[in-house]
Ligand binder design. Structure first.
Ligand code: FES
Ligand code: FE2
Length: 347
């Protein structure tokens, strides 16, 4: 298992650099992302660019520099770099040496955040919810928090069928269906079943929402979880929530929850959207604090998995098929090697 749960490898994917509103037009700031120091800056045209932070001249952090038009100018000797990382101007007039270049990264701005991909060109955009594709959306970010384990381990929480009963006391019989996109970067876990009626939560759920329940978890690039609950139930449309994961240091993961819903017309529409965002938050709060203790103390070691753990095995295999990025400290083994999972209970 050379990508899964490996702190030395950063898989290709979209990682949050900072909130959109924290970077006004014509401003720059440096951020620490997956062990890299980057400068992100918003040009006069409103678009954000991301480069390696340290100036190739003498290593000044470009984050303390100045944005000029759509370029960033170093604070120290005023070299100016464009969005490809190429130096375009050196004021002392001695010409531009070929090494006057920094690495540039693909950037996108969505869900209220600036996301960076660890390569100059991203082969695909940020993952979306099928139900929201092509629609204007509204988002609400909750407070980010940290856990003491690798994000691949935190992410498994969303598909660990056993713990729904043992930790959350939800006695749901889950049927799993699994779908992966062509490039293997996105995998969908859909769990659906019948609401039982044993605990007060289940009884209440069944009463309000109907007898069946669908829960969909879309994983993208091993660092993003798109959760949809309340699919195919009465009364409420599907509720959507994103978990964006970033390794902040070996042993620490930052998790950014974002609630998402469709934008609706008029004051009434606005109220409905706000209500649904609130409901999503409530559903998340009901379950969130029940498993924090586990993920802050786990030493993940899957030695004896059961058939019910099939989604976990499928998830580990999916992660190990991802591509490592240039931000990785150690190159992983070959792709064929990576997909060997030495556990029983293979799907
Ligand atoms: S260190 Fe940046 S221009 Fe000299
Ligand atoms: Fe959980």
């Amino acid at each position: 298992m050379t990508i899964f749960n490996n702190w030395d490898v950063v898989a290709q994917g979209w990682y949050i650099a900072c909130a959109s509103r924290s970077l006004p037009r014509e401003q720059a700031r440096s951020v620490e992302l997956c062990g890299q120091r980057l400068v992100v800056f918003r040009g006069v045209d409103g678009r954000v660019r991301a480069l390696d932070a340290y100036c190739p001249h003498m290593g000044t952090d470009l984050g303390i520099g100045r944005v000029e038009g759509n370029q960033i100018r170093c604070f120290f000797h005023h070299w100016a770099f464009d969005e490809t990382g190429q130096c375009q101007n050196i004021p002392c007039g001695e010409g531009i040496p070929p090494q006057a270049q920094v690495r540039a990264y693909a950037v996108t701005e969505q869900y209220g955040f600036i996301w960076v991909y660890p390569d100059q060109v991203a082969p695909e955009g940020l993952a979306e919810f099928d139900e929201l594709r092509g629609h204007p959306i509204v988002c609400q970010a909750d407070r980010a928090f940290e856990r003491n384990c690798h994000h691949h381990i935190c992410m498994m929480n969303g598909i660990d069928a056993q713990h729904l009963q043992t930790v959350h006391r939800l006695h749901v019989q889950m049927n799993l269906s699994l779908q992966q996109n062509q490039t293997g970067t996105i995998v969908d876990f859909t769990l659906h079943g019948q609401f039982p009626a044993t605990t007060w939560r289940e009884k209440m759920g069944r009463q309000v929402l109907g007898p069946t329940y669908t829960y969909a978890m879309r994983y993208a690039h091993g660092c993003l979880g798109l959760l949809t609950v309340m699919k195919n139930v009465r009364l409420v449309p599907p509720l959507h929530m994103i978990y964006a994961y970033t390794p902040v240091a070996p042993g620490r993961t930052r998790i950014q929850p974002i609630y998402v819903t469709r934008q609706r017309q008029g004051l009434g529409g606005w109220l409905v959207s706000q209500l649904l965002l609130g409901l999503t938050r409530l559903a998340y709060y009901l379950l969130r604090d029940e498993d924090g203790l586990i993920y802050d103390h786990i030493q993940f070691s899957p030695q004896a998995l059961l058939p019910i753990d099939r989604p976990i095995v499928a998830y580990m295999q999916y992660v190990n098929r991802l591509e490592p990025s240039i931000w990785s400290r150690v190159p992983p083994r070959s792709a064929a090697d990576r997909t060997q999972i030495p556990v029983n209970g293979q799907p």
